[in-house]
Structure formats: structure tokens, C-alpha cells
Unconditional design. Sequence first.
Lengths: 403, 297
Amino acid sequence: MKLLEYQAKQQFARAGIAVPEGRLARTAVEAETAAAELQSGDGVAPARIAIKAQVPIGGRGKAGGIALVDSPHEARREAERILGMDIRGYPVRSVWCETGLRIAHELYVGTTLDRDRRRMVVILSAAGGMDIEEVAASQPERIAKLWPDPFRGPQPFEVRRLAFEALRSAPALASARAAIASQLVVLAQKLYRLAIELDAVTCEINPLVITEEGRLVAGDGKLEVDENAEYRHGDLAAALAADTAGDGAAAGGEDPYEAEAKRRGLTYVHLPGGTIGCIANGAGLAMNTLDLVKQMGGEPNNFLDIGGGASAEKVRDSLDMILRDPAVRGVFINIFGGITRGDEVARGIIRARDELGVRKPIVVRMTGTNEVEGRHLLAEAGITPGISAAEGARKIVALTAGS
Amino acid sequence: MSILVDSATRVIVQGITGREGSFHTKQMQEYGTTVVGGVVPGRGGDEHLGLPVFDTVAEAVAQTGGDAAFIIVPAAVAADAVMETAAAGVPLAVCVTEGIPVHDMVRAKAFVDSTATRLVGPNCPGVLTAGQCKIGFIPNHVAIPGRVGVVARSGTLTYEVIQALSQGGPGLTTAVGIGGDPVLGTSFTDVLPLFAADSGTEAVVLVGEIGGSDEEAAAALIAGGYGKPVVAFISGRTAPPGKRMGHAGAIISGTTGSAQSKIEALTAVGAVIADTIEDIVRLVEARLPRSHARRRR
């Protein structure tokens, strides 16, 4: 679950991390009002206002989804334009209007899961505002990393060492490094605690702006919550759903079929252009099913893992899901039961075929737990299951070729 | 011969009274596994499937002498169950639970690593030594005792490979399903040395998939000299980048985690790549020591 920028910033603010003052606007008029309020401040020359599209993907700026404006009138005009945009499949439903910062320098700070170390890693860099993976690849010496003990979290001395290491590659900051480091120690600890509290697998501030006054302010943020822990953060999920108006794109990727699958609670990846629907139990087998179909000269239309111990109902729902794409000419169901039981799967297949009136070819490969019962049920219903996955893949490719 | 579990292993089941816990405990017993008791907090003193139930793992260990744990409890409490097992000094914990929050697992992993316990999983099918013992839910009827060890990330592909090796093939010593999560207790590089040291295992089949770099780490280990033939199979060759293919860990991000990168790394160190499950048996048999080529157990 990826939060929108403004939601991430609300969380940063709650954690005590400075963010620019801002307002959310869903219409151009709201943006105009927001800009007027933001400029009505301290009496000095009115600050510039940033109008930023709220979509859960990067690259908004390049796509034209961010504008800098000087007046409420201009804010209205730019908001009008941005709110009409569709950024790589995501319609822009709201814009975040915030006070522009007077930027002296940009840093990067973030924490994310390091799979190889089986721990969270805290990353600091003086090269802010760029894609951190690109910096890591091209200038690894500009990245400083720390893997905190998960029971005690990062300690001040650890972050301080990290800060001095990161600042070494930025000679321009040499004179201010003590002041910056001491602010970073506090900020990085807050960010890490927030990541733990929210079960975030990625929690980053990029850029972390050093203002002309020497303050650290979160210019932009990314916060992605672990899907396995969403049950502990129902409030965030509800806020996200409200802000994307149940938008399919934001809920499950840019593909409408994937969005529908997510609503149904199915583990599904759409491969547009393919003609063979694929269902398997277990992610590895499901991936291998696609590989097999491809090896036999076919084009898989999707990945669908019914998981372990699937009910007949889930199997029925899966078949229904796959057949929604009219490009699908036939379905290959590949089952090797462990925790999944063959008879349960067979009942689901038969129910789906009868209830949905499926006329397209269905090839079933079934072995493993309760395979005898499952194969018997299928045979009675006129579906002859095979035993070899390769055979099944060959058969579905032959049955769907040229139809 | 075998690794991790054998006919002497005594298993405690955490979550024994649940629907899945009951079903798979019975399956394990039918396979010949010695199950000595179960743990369900609040159910201590009960009896289930003819076995004593305890409130805590420590009690179960003290009363039954269990030396391995099968953890089949809901995701929200699984990491705690893993830590309880390690704290009780159980040498082997096998956790099959899927969907454990990643931060819970990061903490549990760090805790387990501070003890002598070996954790297999989570989100794995378990461990099976052919004809002797299984912990987890690898189907009972597929494995024939033999000469080849299997280590795999995917559960269902573990079954596929065991079946292929067993039907007229060289048979199995032990199969270890290490799981599909990003944070795992045991990885390829932990299992490979165990197979290397096991005199009964003459070749190893490694079943990897897209995501992470554990297969590349396995290749680095093999490069140091492994001494036994390794046949590898990588699933997810057709997977598009950036999409999570079911397993939380199965995602190609940027340039890391692609099937191609894993295949290249393994090929470079002398492992043989099988293109299909059927190919695995042929490739393994061609590399088994000659003098034993027709031996069957």
C-alpha cells in the first residue's frame, strides 16, 4: 500500500519531522483558495506555491504534474490543467498545494527492507533529489548505510557516524556539517520509528531540503506499508481509499483487470496480449506454469496463484476473473496439492464451468493431496485431467491455436 | 542418510488444534513422523489427536523431549511463536505460516540468530526426509528414498521435483522448502553445506525463482568448491519486472532478481541449469557417480 505524498507528509509531521505548510485541493477553485491562504502569511514577499499532482507513482515532475506558481490566479489555472491529467494510467484526483522552500541543498534519508541482510537499512546521502538507486549504482561512495539492530533501533552515535560519512562527499556543506549532523541524528531516528510504527517497507524523504535558513524540511516523501501488516493500519487504508475514490488504478496498479482482482482478493498479474489463462496453486508453480506455456509456444495472459488451501469458491472466482479478458481463448489449471486439496479445486472448476457457462477449453493438470477424489469428480463432469504439467501446457496451446 | 530431520526426530506442533494444524499433524503421523505433543496457549492439559497439549513451548519440551517444532499458527502471532520456540531451545523450528508482517519477521530472525535454533521458513512447505520424517505439508505419497537432496523456495515446485526424482528416478534424501518470503530463517547458502556434509546425498537440486539475490549467493558458495553436482531450476523466466508474482519475495526490481541474472550466476560456477522439471531428472542422473548408477534403495 503506497501512500500519496500528502498522506506521507501528514505522517512525517505527526512524527515531528518538519514539512512545508500545505493544503489539499480537489478542484481548481480549492487550489486558488489554498494558494491565497498560504500566501497570506508573515507580510514579507509572498512565497511561491508548488502545485503537485497526488498520484502513487514517481516521475510526476517529468510528466508535467508539478507546477510552481506566484499567485492564486495562477494556482487555479495550473491546478485546472493538472487535475485533468492522467499520469501513466493514474487519473489525478487531487493536488497538494504547498509553500515553496528556499533550497540551499538537497539530501536523501530513507529506510527500507534490505533482503540480503534480512534487516531494515537506513540510507543517508548528500545527493538528494535524485533516484537513490541510480546514485547507488553510479556513485556508491555518496551513499552511507546503517543496519540497525531491530530491537533497539538506530542509536544517536550510529546515525552521527552515518551523517558525517554522507556529508563527506558534499564539500559545500563542510562548514555547516556539525549543525546538519545533529539535526539528522534526531530526524533519522524519528523516521525509523515511524517506519516501524506504520509497518513501512519503504519510508523515505527525497529530497530532504536544507533551507537557506539551515533547517531540514521534507520536500517530498514516499511511504509504502507492508501488505501483510495492513490489518494493523485500517485507518491508513481507509484514508487512501477515500482519496482515490476507490480508483482501480491506485488500488492495484494501472491495469483494470488487476484492480478488479485486488478487489476480489486474488493474487493476479495481468499480461496483456496473452491468450492463455493460467491458474496454479503456489507462486512457484504459477510462475512455472507461465514459463511452460511460453516454452510450448503459447502466450500466457496472466499469473494467478490460488494460494494454499483454496476453497471451491475461490477457484470459481479465479476462473471468472481470468475469463473477463476477452483475449483469453482457453484456461490451463495446474494443481499440485499439498495444503491444497484436489477435490476442493475440482468442485470449484465444475461450479465455475456450469454457473458461468464456459465454452472455452479448460485443461486441468491435477496431482497431490486428494488427487484421486479430485480427478474422479472432474471425470464425472466430463473434464479429463492430466498428470504432467508439460503435457497440459502443450495441450492448451494446441487447443487455443488459431481459434 | 539425511539432513535436519530423520526417524529419531520428535516433533511438537504449535497450533495443533486448528483445522489445518489437525489435518497436517495427522498427515505427518501417517507419514511416520513421531509427533510428541502440541502447544496451544490456554489449552494446556487437553488432549488432541491422542497427544498432550501444553500452554507453552517450554513446558512441551520439558514434558515430551521434543527436538523440532512445526509452527502452523495465524500470521499475526507467528513471529512470536517462532521466538518462543527459539527461547525454549528447540533445535529446529519449521514455520509454514504465510503473510507474516515483515517487521515481525525481521525481529524474529534477529532473535533466532542469537540462539542455537535453526528456523526454516516462514511461508514454506517444510522439510521431508524420504521414508523417515516430514514436518510441514509436502504430500505424503510422492517421495521415494534415494540419493538426491532438494532445496527450493517454492512449495509446489518442491513437490514437482520430489515426484520427478522419485518416479523411476534416483530418489530423495531430504527436501527442504525454504520459503518465498523476503525474510527467511534458512537460505540456500545454509542448506548447501548440510547436503555437502551428508554422505547419503550424492547430488543436489536447487529450485530458485525471481527476486532477491539468494541464488547468486548460492552460486558464490558453489564457486568456492562444492564437491557434489548441483542442478538448478529457476522459475519466473516470463515474469515482467516490477510485478510481485505471488510470493512476497518474487519481484524483479530494477536490475536485480531476474531469472537471467540467476541462471548466469549459477552457470558460471558450474551448476547445470534445467529448463523444465522433466529435464532435472535426466541432468541429475547423468551426473551421479557411475558405480551407483543402477543402485536402488
